[in-house]
Design a protein around this ligand. Structure first.
Ligand code: SF4
Length: 409
């Protein structure tokens, strides 16, 4: 097995244009998110879309589940436009998408992409008609679609057929493999049908979401092997807090490392009253720590141990990271390239100077029993030694000066 030190080459898929955002075709992996407001509540939806976009979401999906929501979509788009927020909106449809998009042309126009779940388009005879209507509408309004299969709402007719064929075969596969095959086939057959109905492959993105890491990796690896449609990655029902972050990062990280995935969403369940933008932050951090994209300067900090019982370095690392996050919306304009900056805040002499030398600017704070002095390294050279009460404040100023000197006009 090869030892990897860099991701494998990106798998080149068909590029799909969603307004000004390109997904696939070798474009940088796009970060997207989804609101959890009632879309009919225009104020709340505009506010959350704006917050997600400000946090870095490049596409935002909203639920369109009934007439009131469909009526609100053009109002949301208009309000965002007036605020100067040009993030493309994706409509998430289940069961009655064909009806809502037909009856609300302003909604069909305002959305940049339609997400269609082939398991929830309709059943039996109506399924083909309703799917066909959605594809006709996508062509009429010149919109891209995502064929978003989800194992929780998988096309039951397809699954039953594959299960029956499997039981009748000489060497039946485990049920889990048949389920994977049903998910993959649901996505590919729907995409093929959309193309037969006239929609270009450059208007189709596929997703095939499951909730277990190994299943997700198996399904997407096979999906990528069998087609070159652009893909949206996401682990569905990833969960809350660290569990959701770890599971999503493990699953998406393995696929991204293989060059699979053109756009990602981290489906985190927020804590009650929690911040929805956390999912955007995690998606960005995943892409940045894997070396795919740079969004925000990274502050590397040591974990601390018995060699430093003071919390000074933790506070300093946190303060600098928060300061960077707060200033990034302005810095992005003012200091082009600043997102690639690396800052190190280390707790003692063991790894402090070494790690700090590798950062653009780094500080090695004194550990327990060490001389109370903190060397600061700038571009690998020791530039200052800070002492006394104001170490944190002085280092903070040095970081700001470094940013201004290196990235300022
Ligand atoms: S740099 Fe020092 S304080 Fe930080 S983890 Fe390493 S040994 Fe511990």
């Amino acid at each position: 097995m090869p030892v990897l030190s860099a991701p494998l080459e990106r798998r080149i898929t068909k590029a799909v244009q969603i307004d000004h955002v390109t997904v696939g075709g070798g474009a940088p992996v796009v970060v997207q998110s989804m609101t959890n407001t009632d879309t009919a509540d225009v104020d709340a939806t505009v506010q959350q879309v704006a917050a997600l976009h400000k946090a870095g979401s490049e596409l935002v999906r909203i639920t369109v589940d009934r007439d009131e929501a469909a009526k609100a979509v053009p109002l949301v788009r208009d309000r965002l436009d007036r605020l100067g927020i040009d993030v493309p909106l994706i409509g998430d449809f289940h069961y009655i998408g064909h009806k809502l998009l037909t009856e609300h042309p302003a909604c069909a126009e305002a959305l940049a992409k339609y997400r269609i779940n082939p398991g929830n388009v309709g059943f039996k005879a109506r399924k083909d008609i309703q799917f066909g209507t959605l594809i006709d509408l996508a062509q009429k309004y010149n919109k891209a679609i995502r064929i978003g299969v989800n194992w929780g709402s998988l096309d039951q007719e397809l699954l039953t057929r594959l299960m029956d064929e499997n039981s009748a075969s000489e060497n039946p596969l485990p049920a889990e493999k048949v389920m994977h095959e049903a998910i993959i086939q649901s996505a590919l057959l729907s995409a093929k049908r959309a193309e037969e109905l006239g929609l270009g492959a450059d208007k189709i993105i596929l997703s095939a979401k499951v909730s277990q890491v190994q299943d997700l990796v198996a399904v997407y690896t096979e999906l990528a092997r069998r087609s070159d449609y652009a893909t949206h990655l996401g682990l569905t029902e990833a969960g809350m807090g660290s569990k959701g972050i770890v599971a999503s990062s493990a699953a998406l990280g393995l696929l991204l490392q293989q060059g699979i995935g053109d756009t990602i969403r981290i489906s985190l369940t927020p804590e009650p009253g929690g911040d929805r933008t956390r999912e955007v932050q995690v998606a960005q951090e995943l892409l940045q720590t894997m070396g795919f994209r740079s969004f925000i300067p990274i502050v590397a900090a040591c974990p601390g141990c018995g060699r430093t019982t003071s919390t000074v370095f933790q506070e300093l690392a946190q303060e600098i990271q928060e300061d960077i996050r707060t200033h990034m919306p302005v810095w992005r304009e003012k200091y082009p390239g600043v997102e690639a900056l690396n800052v190190a805040v280390m707790g003692c002499i063991v790894n402090g100077p070494g790690e700090s030398k590798h950062a653009d600017i780094g500080i090695s704070l004194p550990g327990t029993g060490e001389t109370p002095a903190a060397p600061v390294f700038v571009d690998g050279e020791k530039k200052a030694t800070l002492r006394g009460e104001n170490i944190a404040k002085d280092f903070h100023e040095m970081v700001l000066n470094y940013i201004d000197n290196r990235f300022g006009a």
